[in-house]
Design a protein around this ligand. Structure first.
Ligand SMILES: NC(=O)C1=CN([C@@H]2O[C@H](COP(=O)(O)OP(=O)(O)OC[C@H]3O[C@@H](n4cnc5c(N)ncnc54)[C@H](O)[C@@H]3O)[C@@H](O)[C@H]2O)C=CC1
Ligand SMILES: O=C(O)[C@@H]1CCC=N1
Length: 270
C-alpha cells in the first residue's frame, strides 16, 4: 500500500505533529489526505494556516477520516484523547508518545488493534529526525513499512525491538536537547574570545553538523576522527584535556541512560 493513497490523521497538532506534517507535505502527500484533531484552538489555527490542512477540535471526525492515526499528544493525554475519538475502527495506530508501550496502547485502542510505536525527534522540523520504530503484536510488515515511509519523510527511520525503544528515547529522542546547550556554550566561548554572537553561533552549529556528517559518511570511529584534529602540542588536545577534566563523556552517557530510565518509568505508569 502506498503512503500517498493513505488518509493520515493526527491526534494533537503540536510541535511534533507539525514537524511530521511538514515532512509529509514536502514529500508530496496531498494536503487533502492529512487531518488533525487539536483541542487548543490557537494551535489548530496555526496548523490550518501553515499547512492548509483540515484541523478540528472533534477527534472523532479525524478518526473517521483516517486510515492511519498518529497519536501525537503527551503520554498523559492519550487516554483522554482516545476517549473523545469515537469508534476507532480498523486502522493503523502509530504512537510517538515517550514510554507508552504497544501493550498499553493495545489496551486503550483494542486488543486486536494494529499498533506501531515510534520515537522520532524534534529535528523532524528540518527533516533530520533520527527515528526508532517497533511494531505491536498485531502490526503487519506492511504496517511497519508504512510507518517507516511516514518517518522517512522527516529523516532517518530504523526498526528496533520494543525493549530498546526506551534507549532510543534517551539517546536520539531527547538527544537534540543535549546538543543545543553545547552549541550555545561553544558559541559563548567564541563570544568570550571576541567573535560576534551570530558568527559564533553559525560556526558552532556548522561544526556540529560537519562532525556528525563525518561520523556517518566516513564510517570511521569517532576516536579516530578526534585524533585527526589533535595536533601534537596543539590547540585541540588542550581543549580535549579540559573536557576530560569535566567528565563530559560520563555526563553524556548518564544523560542518555537517565532519559531511557525515565522513559521506562513512564511506561510502567500506563
Ligand atoms: N517534543 C519532542 O522533542 C518529542 C516529543 N515526542 C512525543 O510526542 C508527543 C507530542 O509531543 P509535543 O509535540 O512535543 O507536544 P505538544 O504539547 O507540542 O503537542 C501536543 C498537542 O496535543 C494537544 N492535545 C492535548 N490533548 C488533546 C486532546 N485530547 N485532543 C486533541 N489534542 C490534544 C495539545 O493541545 C498540543 O497542541 C508526546 O507524546 C512526546 O512524548 C517524541 C519525540 C520527541
Ligand atoms: O521529553 C520528552 O518526554 C519527549 C520525548 C523525547 C523528547 N521529548
Amino acid at each position: 500500500m502506498k503512503l500517498n493513497e493513505q488518509k493520515i490523521g493526527f491526534l494533537g497538532a503540536g510541535k511534533m505533529a507539525s514537524a511530521i506534517i511538514r515532512g509529509l507535505l514536502k514529500s508530496g502527500i496531498p494536503k487533502e489526505n492529512i487531518f488533525a484533531g487539536e483541542k487548543y484552538e490557537p494551535s489548530a489555527e496555526i496548523a490550518r494556516k501553515d499547512f492548509g490542512i483540515f484541523v478540528t477540535a472533534d477527534n472523532a471526525d479525524v478518526v473517521n477520516r483516517a486510515d492511519i492515526l498518529i497519536i501525537a499528544v503527551k503520554p498523559k493525554d492519550i487516554a483522554a484523547a482516545l476517549s473523545t475519538a469515537g469508534s476507532l475502527g480498523k486502522k493503523l495506530f502509530i504512537s510517538i508518545a515517550a514510554g507508552v508501550t504497544t501493550a498499553s496502547l493495545e489496551e486503550m485502542v483494542g486488543k486486536e488493534a494494529r499498533v506501531v510505536r515510534v520515537m522520532p525527534n524534534i529535528c523532524a522540523t528540518v527533516l533530520e529526525s533520527a527515528t526508532g520504530i517497533c511494531p505491536g503484536k498485531n502490526a503487519t510488515k506492511e504496517d511497519v513499512d508504512l510507518a517507516k515511509a511516514v518517518f522517512s519523510t522527516v529523516g532517518v527511520a530504523m526498526e528496533v525491538p520494543e525493549d530498546l525503544l526506551d534507549a532510543v528515547t534517551g539517546l536520539s529522542g531527547s538527544g537534540p536537547a543535549y546538543i543545543f546547550p553545547i552549541i550555545e556554550a561553544m558559541a559563548d566561548g567564541g563570544v568570550y574570545e571576541g567573535l560576534d554572537r551570530k558568527t559564533a553561533m553559525i560556526l558552532a552549529a556548522q561544526t556540529v553538523i560537519g562532525a556528525a556528517r563525518m561520523v556517518i559518511e566516513t564510517g570511521d570511529h569517532p576516536a579516530e576522527l578526534k585524533d585527526m584534529v589533535c595536533s601534537p602540542a596543539g590547540t585541540t588536545i588542550v581543549g580535549i584535556q579540559t573536557l576530560e577534566e569535566y567528565k563530559i563523556r560520563a555526563a553524556f552517557m548518564n544523560a542518555v541512560i537517565n532519559g531511557a530510565e525515565k522513559s521506562k518509568e513512564i511506561g510502567k505508569k500506563k
